[in-house]
Design a protein. Structure first.
Length: 552
């Protein structure tokens, strides 16, 4: 993939005029015709894939696809205005759902405290400015370049990205997906600062299912090695809802492998009717490394995955500048994310048949009305507002009733669907086998099956006589009074991401959710108590008495 370049010097006289004229004609011709397409990964990585080998981001300046339409709208996490609803939504998505694809070799291993030190003392020669030979005044010159592609968490173990980022299981086996790769500010030297990346922020690809056709659908669903805890996955559109020209978009990803950027200045330029709604076209400021970036609508719903775009770093006066096109000349291609639904079963191993119709009278009004998981209203039948709610999974039949006991019948079961999250395919009532503790026991019957109430308490002991009967023998010594065990130190801190939201999230007694560590949501859950230390080992037996002296 070769990007267009301007000559760094121009000759004088007639020859110089001729050169200038040729360059001008070339630019006019280039702008007037459709630009060539390229997958938005760095050029060297695409060549590695072509020749069947793997390599990391190159340390030397090479031209890769990147384009800015009008103003460069990319912003770091610390530049967001959290008093703005749109920026606050972007910040939540970035912190909870956006993951960078890094090769395991580039990531390295954590230290003895479980912290990855890959960003500590990052070499100057590997930062954007030196690597790309960027001109002074360009953005992000001091930022590192770690990422290969971008990805979005859409379920506790599910990630969606571009198909060409993870074309096969071998690539999956070498991939790490990492949270917390974003800029929080700058130090005294002007270098960017970052949150810690710990073992809890790093996940690995267990399996992948990919749909990749050059120039067409380009999407993959990844199953992670373990569930993500303490973060809220993004919601994605599970059925096709075509975009409209002029519709505003937000993209969050890792351009050129740099820390996460929010880009909210793009709009739809072509909804994709001519290609059967495989992909739509937009004017997002997209760069190499943005492949796989989640594309979100104004409500924060993920509607697409960035996959291709036009080329264009250019040289200017012996250094490199971002290729900028005037106005919304959008030519960045975005796969409709509903294409990932068919991949979920292949990467995770199981996907039940889905319920999906638009028979609800309120279907296609932009609000989910079927009463299922995440619905705003319960005005229609479950699975009847597919356009707004996405695919719904039918409830599993309740398990067979246990056989009656030999002498007594089974107690009546508790079974209602009064839980707000009932019929969402996940058991939420906190009982045996439940995924969540968000509802009362027995209130999510469709997902959990019948629940049986706790056994009645044992009958009380017969009353003791008022006074013991007379006895000829003296009474035994009374037992020592009961002393409660000592209370060990209480845990109480607010490190849980969802702390102070009115719901107890630490999985302990009385909690609503189990998405944070025990004792990490003090404001909502109150003090938690440490478990007591194990008892000390038993004392060794006393030595045997010495043998008696021999008789004299």
């Amino acid at each position: 993939m070769i990007s267009s370049r301007l000559p760094t010097r121009y000759g004088r006289g007639r020859l110089g005029f001729a050169v200038l004229l040729m360059v001008a004609l070339s630019l006019i011709t280039t702008i007037s015709r459709p630009a060539s397409r390229a997958m938005l990964v760095p050029q060297s990585l695409s060549l590695c894939n072509i020749f069947g080998v793997r390599c990391a981001l190159p340390p030397s300046p090479v031209a890769v696809p990147r384009t800015v339409y009008g103003n460069d709208d990319r912003r770091d996490w610390y530049e967001l205005d959290y008093t703005s609803a749109g920026d606050a939504m972007a910040g939540r998505l970035l912190a909870n759902s956006i993951m960078v694809h890094i090769t395991r070799a580039d990531l390295g291993a954590p230290d003895s405290h479980g912290i990855y030190r890959i960003l500590d003392d990052y070499a100057d020669s590997l930062r954007l400015g030196p690597v790309r030979n960027m001109c002074d005044g360009q953005k992000f010159l001091r930022q590192p370049r770690l990422g290969y592609c971008s990805a979005t968490l859409v379920s506790p173990t599910g990630v969606i990205t571009a198909g060409h980022c993870v074309p096969d299981q071998k690539t999956c086996d070498n991939a790490a997906y990492v949270f917390n790769y974003y800029v929080t500010g700058h130090d005294a030297h002007g270098d960017p600062t970052f949150p810690l990346i710990t073992s809890d922020d790093v996940y690995f690809c267990k399996s992948v299912s990919t749909m990749y056709a050059t120039g067409g659908t380009d999407i993959a669903h990844i199953t992670l090695d373990r569930p993500v805890l303490g973060r809220v996955p993004a919601t994605y559109r599970k059925t096709l809802v075509p975009t409209t020209p002029g519709q505003k978009l937000m993209m969050i990803g890792f351009p050129d492998g740099m820390p996460a950027k929010v880009e909210a200045g793009g709009t739809v330029t072509d909804a994709g009717r001519s290609n059967g709604f495989e992909f739509f076209v937009a004017s997002t400021d997209s760069f190499g490394g943005n492949s796989g970036s989640g594309i979100f609508d104004a409500d924060g719903m993920m509607i697409g995955v960035l996959v291709r775009g036009i080329k264009g770093y250019v040289q200017s006066g012996g250094c490199t500048v971002v290729y900028a096109l005037p106005g919304p000349r959008g030519q960045e291609e975005i796969t409709y994310v509903d294409r990932a639904v068919s991949l979920v079963s292949a990467s995770s191993g199981h996907l039940p048949a889905t319920e999906c119709t638009d028979s609800c009278v309120h279907s296609n009004d932009g609000e989910c009305d079927d009463g299922g998981h995440g619905a705003l209203y319960s005005a229609c039948d479950h699975g009847s507002d597919c356009a707004d709610c996405g695919h719904r999974f039918p409830s599993a039949p309740p398990p067979a009733s246990p056989p009656p006991a030999a002498t007594t019948s089974a107690p009546p079961s508790e079974c209602t669907d009064s839980c707000f999250h009932a019929r969402d395919g996940e058991c939420d009532d906190g009982g045996n086998g439940a995924l969540y503790s968000a509802c009362d026991h027995g209130s999510d019957c469709s997902d959990c099956g019948h629940r049986f109430p706790a056994s009645p308490p044992a009958p009380s002991s017969p009353p003791m006589p008022a006074s013991p009967p007379p006895s000829a023998s003296p009474p035994p010594p009374s037992a020592a009074p009961f002393m409660p065990p000592p209370i060990f130190g209480a845990e109480c801190h607010d490190t849980c991401y969802h702390s102070s939201d009115g719901d107890c999230d630490d999985g302990g007694d009385g909690s609503h959710y189990s998405i944070c560590e025990h004792g990490s949501d003090c404001t909502d859950c109150g003090h938690r108590l440490h478990l007591p230390p194990p008892p000390p080992p038993p004392s060794p037996p006393p030595p045997p008495p010495p043998p008696p002296p021999p008789p004299s």
